[in-house]
Design a protein around this ligand. Structure first.
Ligand code: PXG
Length: 437
């Protein structure tokens, strides 16, 4: 029998289990922009959890809402029964989504949101008599979670190569990373709108009559912060409209103020047909995700159903009362503290801070948008990812939590971060990079 505090039984996600368990890093408490280690040491959270604790940790209003909800209605199914919080929260989400994207399907994670969005796209095409439109188009380096739909349209090789043929009928757009032309761009890079035109070639290959939807992250996060080139998302929208293909924005990272607007769709002024979300939807205090579909999609699926249930999809905990209560309190917090506006106001300071690392050792590119930053390091010859991992460990020891993916350092602080804390992140990273070879 393992002892209760043995590290053996927990198979940790996306973690080198052997290395971690040999040298664990633990946190036991969090408040505001800080985690606290067992010895009481404060660690500045430069990543807002995993891009999800947008309002900062341990917000009393969210905690209280969850406590109240748990005591009042711990669980109710939303299959053929309803709980008021689920309807209220959907209305509140509709208020901040782009106009007309106001039909909300609840999930429990970003991965489930991605798969739900793909299934809604297929159901819509079938409902309008175009069942032949079944292909799903993702993008190289895309991340849409870890379920089979998401990894099929996703483009990160290690997340895909082990898992067999996955979903059939998928193709991929090229990624938009072009360091030779765009290195050290501030905000949206100048070059690369033409990467969107690859959709024309995919249409020429498969014919639009076989394509249901295109799914992209407006800003690619997990793969290491790829900012869309100027005009790219608008061009993608135009091409999808031209060829009668649905456009899905995976806003799991970009939703809820990360770019200084409620969603990237508003930031870029590009309206997709479906938006996926998760993470900051509840400030990550309770697991939850959601998919917003256009009214046209919802109405078409409902109007053409040949059985009373219109969409055969859902989860036991879709619209869980605790998650809905946390979500409502989270939206109240965002609104009352003006956090989306705050992110927009801080963005220029953030950009300067990120780009001040340009002359730090090993740095070959810096990217930023809203309160997102990416610093790409030159891989150590023969040992890719090692340099970034060492930087991560050094930063943690110096009291700052960052993310690494490949040889890229990724930053996404809580939207409540102060300027001196941004300085602390940058100074710590500079110090760490100076100490590694
Ligand atoms: N879509 C996108 C765009 C994401 O970024 C998911 C879907 C999946 O969400 P769930 O809730 O199923 O994990 C994500 C998740 C990182 C990192 O360090 C990013 C994610 C997850 C873990 C780490 O960049 N994004």
């Amino acid at each position: 029998m393992p002892t209760p505090n043995s590290l053996d039984s927990f198979w940790m996600p996306f973690t080198p289990n052997r290395a971690f368990k040999a040298d664990p890093r633990m946190v036991v408490r969090a408040e505001g922009v800080h985690y606290y280690a067992p010895d009481g040491r404060a660690i500045l959270d430069g990543t807002a959890g995993l891009w999800c604790v947008a309002a900062g940790h341990g917000r009393p209003r969210i905690v209280a809402a969850i406590q109240r909800a748990a005591a009042e209605l711990d669980y109710a199914t939303n299959f053929n029964l309803g709980c008021p919080a689920a309807f209220e929260f959907a209305n509140r989400l509709a208020d901040i989504l782009p106009g007309g994207l106001d039909r909300i399907f609840y999930t429990n994670s970003g991965s489930e949101s991605a798969d739900t969005a793909l299934k809604i796209a297929l159901a819509y095409q079938r409902a309008r008599g175009k069942a032949g439109k079944y292909r799903l188009i993702g993008r190289e380096r895309g991340y849409h979670g870890t379920n089979f739909g998401g990894i099929s349209v996703g483009g990160i090789v290690r997340n895909r190569m082990t898992y067999g043929p996955m979903v059939a009928g998928v193709d991929h757009l090229p990624h938009t990373h072009d360091i030779t032309r765009n290195a050290f761009s501030r905000g949206e890079p100048t070059h690369g709108v033409e990467f969107a035109d690859a959709l024309e070639r995919i249409v020429a290959l498969h014919d639009a009559s076989t394509i249901a939807a295109v799914i992209v992250e407006p800003v690619a996060g997990s793969t290491g912060v790829l900012i869309p080139p100027q005009g790219y998302l608008k061009r993608l929208r135009e091409l999808c409209t031209k060829h009668d293909i649905l456009l899905i924005f995976d806003e799991v990272i970009t939703g809820f103020g990360r770019l200084g607007a409620p969603f990237a769709a508003q930031y870029f002024d590009v309206k997709p047909d479906i938006i996926t979300m998760a993470k900051a939807i509840t400030n990550a205090a309770v697991p939850m995700g959601a998919v917003a579909a256009s009214r046209e999609i919802y109405d078409t699926i409902l109007a053409n159903a040949d059985t009373p249930i219109e969409l055969f999809h859902g989860y036991t905990t879709s619209g869980h009362p605790l998650a809905c209560a946390a979500g409502i309190a989270t939206l109240d917090t965002f609104r009352d503290e003006g956090l989306f506006e705050r992110a927009a106001e801080l963005a220029p300071y953030w950009e300067e801070a990120m780009h001040s690392l340009r002359d730090a050792p090993h740095v070959i590119d810096i990217r930023n948008l809203g309160l997102i930053g990416g610093v790409e390091l030159e891989p150590r010859p023969g040992a890719p990812t090692q340099r970034a991992l060492e930087a991560f460990r050094k930063c943690f020891d110096k009291g700052v939590l960052i993310r690494v993916t490949g040889d890229i350092l990724a930053f996404s602080p809580p939207l409540i971060i102060e300027k001196n804390q941004i300085d602390q992140i940058v100074d710590t990273v500079r110090g760490a990079l100076g100490e590694i070879g």
